[in-house]
Design a protein around this ligand. Structure first.
Ligand code: TRP
Length: 451
């Protein structure tokens, strides 16, 4: 629950609410749709190892630094940098954040639109996944043409509806109840994976890394995925942390979020890959992988249509808690920095998402051969935001907390969030100042072929 405090900015009332909302933002299509397809393209086990290392080595400290800035400043990403280090140049991170959040909102809404389509079609009993040929044909019907455009609009409308009701009511109520149900459902499907003929192949694809498969592209992809999945780098977690109360333990919240978030991704992998190998689908299918594979899993289950409806419904809701969080970045910016009303800001962000969403939705159909740098709008928006903007935004935040932030904030936040200030603080500073920025920088250099 959020309650209004004296400074007129809402705060989360309980520790649980703080964790539930950050996990609600982190867990979404990134784990269930993006992780399996990225892992599939980048060699499975090799990708998983890199991803895990990045989540805990870079992701957790950067998450901590975002919490830190957000709670110290109690403002949106722009306001936060402005308040903590007057001068202006740090606000560049704000522009990157807002741009990336709108790009992500665009392609994310398209995929979320597919979940709506699948949910409704399975509820109406219209999906026939008796064999891979029909399944594939139907999938193409559902994701090309005009239908995905309609579902993208429907999804953005739902997002708009939640946002317009304000932070107080909308966001956490839903995520508090729904995330645990989604988690249980994933565990159930995971157990079902044991019965599939491709179980062994799937699991060994995901868990036995071939280290020679680690290329610069795998490293960049895994880093992008770690940032995407933890909602890092564009001030999303910063904005949420601005609603944390004084007692919230930042370190513990960061680690809990990372553990739960990666657990969901691994569960999704254990669900998808055995099925990929059982049904003879290529793990390298890309963004459409999960939507091609899941229906087969459901078709093997008794009462498959019911499972399918339930699953896509929950996935749709998980996507909503994520899009709400990413829209919040732009909305708080327009509200607090440009002095627009909340409803106007919400309309503006939704309209931008709509235009971007249409470009991405049509990327699978009539605009599939409109490419920039060899990528469709959908792929370009994803690549630019996840692999470039998010790590750059995270690097800026980490450097900012490590080197620039006013000492009085550092002391204040650390004392609140840590019992043993000295050693913990030194280790954290080492990460903020050196390890995170250097790791991110080296991976960029590596990916453009310099090292
Ligand atoms: N983390 C979310 C997911 O995995 C997506 C998301 C929500 C996000 N807010 C974000 C990604 C902010 C990057 C930045 O589905």
């Amino acid at each position: 629950m959020l309650k209004q405090n004296k400074s007129e900015r809402a705060v989360f009332a309980t520790k649980f609410a703080a964790i539930a909302t950050t996990v609600g933002s982190a867990v979404g299509l990134g784990n269930i749709w993006r992780f399996p397809y990225e892992a599939g393209i980048h060699g499975g086990g090799a990708f998983l190892i890199c991803y895990m290392v990045f989540v805990f080595l870079i992701g957790v400290p950067v998450l901590y630094s975002e919490f830190f800035v957000g709670r110290s400043a109690r403002a949106n990403i722009f306001g936060a940098y402005k308040k903590l280090a007057p001068g202006g140049q740090w606000q560049l991170a704000g522009y990157i954040g807002i741009l990336a959040s709108l790009l992500i909102l665009s392609f994310y809404s398209v995929v979320a639109g597919w979940t709506v389509e699948y949910c409704i079609s399975s509820a109406l009993g219209q999906l026939d996944f008796s064999d891979t040929e029909t399944g594939h044909g139907q999938f193409l019907n559902l994701t090309t043409g005009w239908r995905p455009v309609i579902w993208t609009v429907v999804f953005l409308f739902c997002n708009f509806f939640i946002l317009i009701r304000g932070v107080t009511k909308g966001i956490e109520k839903a995520s508090n109840i729904l995330m645990p149900i989604l988690f249980l459902l994933l565990v159930a499907f995971c157990i079902n994976s044991f019965t599939l003929p491709g179980f062994k192949d799937g699991v060994s694809f995901l868990f036995s890394p071939d280290f020679s498969a680690i290329t610069p592209g795998v490293l960049l992809g895994a880093m992008g995925q770690a940032f995407f999945s933890l909602s890092l780098g564009l001030g999303c977690m910063m904005t949420y942390a601005s609603y944390f109360n004084k007692k919230t333990k930042l370190g513990r919240t960061a680690v809990t979020t990372a553990v739960l978030d990666s657990l969901v991704a691994v569960l999704a992998g254990v669900i998808i890959f055995p099925a990929v190998f059982s049904f003879g689908i290529s793990p390298e299918a890309g963004p459409t992988l999960v939507f091609e594979v899941l229906p087969y899993i459901f078709s093997q289950l008794p009462g498959g249509a019911i499972w399918s409806t339930l699953f896509f419904l929950l996935l749709f809701l998980a996507s909503l808690t994520s899009t709400v969080s990413m829209s919040e970045i732009g909305i708080t910016f327009f509200c607090e920095e440009k002095k627009m009303s909340r409803s106007k800001s919400t309309i503006l962000v939704s309209l931008i998402g709509l235009v971007g969403g249409l470009l991405c939705a049509l990327s699978f159909g009539v605009m599939s051969d409109v490419t920039i740098f060899g990528m469709t709008f959908f792929n370009l928006f994803d690549y630019l935001s996840s692999n470039i903007c998010l790590p750059v935004g995270g690097m800026i935040c980490s450097i900012f907390v490590g080197w620039m932030i006013d000492k009085k904030f550092v002391k204040d936040q650390f004392n609140r969030s840590m019992n043993d200030a000295s050693l913990g603080v030194r280790i954290l500073l080492l990460f903020f100042r050196w390890i995170c920025p250097a790791a991110i920088f080296l991976i960029f250099l590596n990916s453009i072929g310099i090292i």
